[in-house]
Design a protein around this ligand. Sequence first.
Ligand code: PEP
Length: 253
Amino acid sequence: MTRKPLIAGNWKMYLTRAEAVELASAVAASSKGLTDREVMIAPAFTSLAAVQEAVGGADAPIRVAAQNVAWEKQGAFTGEISAPMLQDVGVDMVILGHSERRHVFGEDNAMVNRRLVGALEFGLTPILCVGETLEEREQGNTFKTVEEQLSQGLKNVQADQMEQVVVAYEPVWAIGTGKTASKEQAQEVHAFIRSTLVALYKKTLADSVRILYGGSVKPENIDSLMAQPDVDGALVGGAALDAESFARIINFT
Ligand code: PEP
């Protein structure tokens, strides 16, 4: 089963529009000619249109994603954005259930599931983020947390829809902390995620789902992470804001 690696940059709440276009253009240049991997960048909502315009016509396999999406087409949802609004500016992917959404803004598995089902219904490709806190890991609850986030986050997602979904394992203790999971720790949980997907769906489908690792991915650790059999890409925060570092990550060997 071949899974095309995906290197995704999460720009979080950083960069003005001009800065975002400049970085996106640099990412497009570093991705030029790559056909064996996909590159994705997720700017802030205000920069999506300009970034899509900057890279949309480029000879580069770059996809532009949003960092969240509401489940309804429109309505009284102050502060939210809908899938058709994102599609209107050429966006076709979305990060969902990021640990900052869960832990800073209180999004629970039910809300993440609602967003995910909505995103799929509108035809967006979701990246479902899962991952345990340090406390959960220390208490031996890593698998339990990840299993709950997967089974509840994917509730009512049919097998044909699941083909669109990307999963990102992002241990909360590794995000923005400089502490990366070791390649063995990452592989162990990625294999667990795949086995959970086998139980929820079936093996052929589980084998086709891309599982990204996220949490302090850097130029220094990308190659060894990508060498793990169940690591199919990376979701990168801090290092994605630096053109040179992200270029090295995109060009992992
Ligand atoms: C993230 O934001 O998803 C992330 C993994 O951040 P960082 O790479 O900075 O840990």
